[in-house]
Design a protein around this ligand. Sequence first.
Ligand SMILES: CC(C)(COP(=O)(O)OP(=O)(O)OC[C@H]1O[C@@H](n2cnc3c(N)ncnc32)[C@H](O)[C@@H]1OP(=O)(O)O)[C@@H](O)C(=O)NCCC(=O)NCCS
Length: 177
Amino acid sequence: MENCIDFLELDIVKLSSGFDLSLFDCGDGDLNSFLKDDALVYQGGSLSVTYLCLYKNQIAGYFSLSSDAIRLELEEKEVMLEPKRRLGEYPAVKIGRLAVHKNFRNRGIGTFLIKAAIGKIAGSIIKEIGCRFVTVDAYEQAIEFYEKLGFIQNLGKKRKDGLSMRYDLIDYIQLSR
Ligand SMILES: CC(C)(COP(=O)(O)OP(=O)(O)OC[C@H]1O[C@@H](n2cnc3c(N)ncnc32)[C@H](O)[C@@H]1OP(=O)(O)O)[C@@H](O)C(=O)NCCC(=O)NCCS
């Protein structure tokens, strides 16, 4: 496996039948089996849409997106500029699953996936429907990875299966108006 990734060779494509998913291994059984067994079924039922990251015809990583809504604590709402009347729930898109093949780790592909996910949401969804945040329930070992990319913890939401985090799309929203 070459060490240096040529980012021009990375492609993001929507999952469809016909991809050989059998060799994908991110080191996490749940994330492997979601991609191999469940992702297409979820897509068929519009529960999530999965995007593969291809590098020279190999699956280097993937992420799945679904619609979401989050509750914020008063102190989190107060620092938001708008609206004056605070909402009970704020619209969001959730990165439900995200993983990099273990042979491709620590070479910027996880970062590339997050930027691709945000780019997709900022490039299309926020222009068509209200959506303020990107959310994720981060595995303990991945919290620092998300923090480096600008995600912060959601104060109110305690989960057993990960730390609820959000990324504010406000800069993209202001640019798109
Ligand atoms: C978490 C994961 C997606 C990161 O992907 P990656 O391609 O290795 O990440 P990158 O190379 O883009 O790393 C970006 C930065 O995050 C850091 N980072 C990556 N993984 C990290 C981790 N587990 N803990 C702390 N920091 C991490 C890197 O050191 C790098 O820091 P730098 O910019 O200061 O050099 C990958 O390790 C993975 O698939 N893990 C197993 C599945 C998983 O945990 N998914 C997340 C589910 S919520």
